[in-house]
Design a protein around this ligand. Structure first.
Ligand code: COA
Length: 372
């Protein structure tokens, strides 16, 4: 293996019952359900219950799970005054990482999972409001997590079409095999460390533009392109300059990311309801042109739209500011990190992969000159 090939690609480092990604068939399974079956049919609170317990809740059980997450939001809101200047940091992911880092684990995984899941929504909303010079809004325990996130952001009544669309988004991205941030969280869990530390590691990995940081730049790209006629020349210039087209390509998928289709459908529904602008027609043209150009440039590699492409379109349609796109990803994925934390602690061992040493010392040894 050459140094450029070295990595964790294709290496199995954990067994999981949580989710599975089939990159050739474009299939994502979460706890036995295809993602298309969950999105738009169940709430994010239900999906948390599914991930954390293995079963979709019914009847009073649904309320019990929702109430647990709502308690987490309330507990997090009480902690806002003790977060120092964490939520004044200009970058939303820096602010979220700093604020979550100030939480203390209780050692009870269920309680901690509710707390960090509630806290991600409360802190992200409070950060966004502070950016606009507004006071934070207290959570409403009668609402689902998605509805309350939008309520804590805007302060006013929230259209049900927007809540449904956000619920769909949060369900869609909650877990995705051993992606980079989940691996980071599992490595921390494997050392026996606490859940809050694992979540902080996850946020750090998610921040990167090759992982959860792409949707903001996707929207910048659509803004820059502006009109359908400019799509091809704009993209061609980027590709010729060797730049990456954000929202395109995936390490695992060799076909279109199934989550892109689910989110595109939700964006279409929201735009048709008249509750959003009309970004979708341009986005579809940009996707088509980007796919064609990338196929010419990389015929050996199928570079198709990934989840972030239509995340950008959907979150904008919901009314979430683009600076809050990555933190909103964390509002969902935190539930996946919690489930992986629990699974790793129950079943896993210390993760200690190997590296291939390619520096000097094996055949050519350096000699230390004494400086004394
Ligand atoms: N635009 C242009 N070229 C791309 C590309 C993109 N979006 N994605 C991959 N490529 C090219 C690379 O430049 C590289 O070309 P080279 O061999 O000539 O240097 C080749 O494809 C392989 O890239 P590599 O980085 O090894 O592939 P990967 O499997 O690691 O890539 C991503 C996965 C997601 C990191 C990559 O597709 C990417 O950067 N996408 C844009 C960012 C994004 O949307 N991230 C969200 C992911 S959900």
């Amino acid at each position: 293996m050459s140094s450029t090939q070295a990595g964790l690609e294709g290496v199995v480092v954990a067994e999981t019952e949580l989710s599975d990604v089939d990159g050739d068939r474009g299939q994502l399974i979460v706890r036995g359900y295809e993602i298309e079956d969950l999105v738009g049919r169940v709430s994010f609170d239900d999906v948390c219950a599914l991930l954390w317990s293995g079963q979709l809740p019914e009847g009073a059980e649904r309320d019990r799970w929702s109430a647990g997450i709502a308690r987490g939001r309330c507990a997090a809101f009480e902690l806002l005054p003790s977060l120092g200047n964490a939520l004044t940091l200009p970058d939303g992911m820096d602010a979220l990482r700093a604020a979550i880092g100030l939480l203390s684990s209780t050692g009870d995984v269920s309680r901690d999972a509710n707390l960090v899941t509630g806290a991600c929504a409360v802190f992200a909303a409070a950060w966004a409001r502070r950016q606009r010079g507004q006071e934070p809004i207290a959570p409403d325990t009668s609402m689902t997590h998605a509805a309350d996130y939008l309520h804590m952001l805007s302060g006013g009544p929230v259209a049900s079409a927007r809540v449904e669309a956000l619920d769909a988004y949060l369900c869609c991205v909650v877990d995705h095999g051993l992606n980079a941030s989940t691996l980071a969280a599992r490595v921390v869990a494997s050392t026996g460390s606490d859940l809050v530390s694992a979540v902080v590691a996850g946020i750090g990995a998610l921040k990167g533009p090759l992982h959860g940081g792409a949707p903001g730049p996707v929207l910048d790209m659509l803004d820059d392109i502006g009109s359908p006629g400019r799509a091809r020349p704009w993209l061609a210039e980027q590709v010729a300059a060797g730049r990456r087209i954000m929202g395109m390509g995936h390490r695992i998928y060799r076909v279109r990311d199934p989550r892109a289709a689910a989110l595109e459908r939700e964006a279409a529904r929201l735009e048709a309801s008249g509750k959003a602008g009309e970004r979708l027609p341009l986005a579809r043209i940009v996707e088509r042109e980007a796919e064609a150009l990338l196929a010419e440039r990389h015929p050996e590699r199928k570079l198709r739209a990934n989840v972030e492409f239509y995340t950008a379109v959907l979150l904008e349609a919901i009314g979430i500011p683009r600076t809050l796109f990555s933190p909103t990803f964390a509002v969902s994925r935190v539930a996946g990190w919690c489930a992986h934390y629990d699974e790793q602690r129950r079943r896993g061992r210390l993760m200690r992969p190997l590296s291939t040493y390619v520096g000097p010392g094996r055949s050519t040894k350096y000699k230390v000159q004494s400086t004394k």
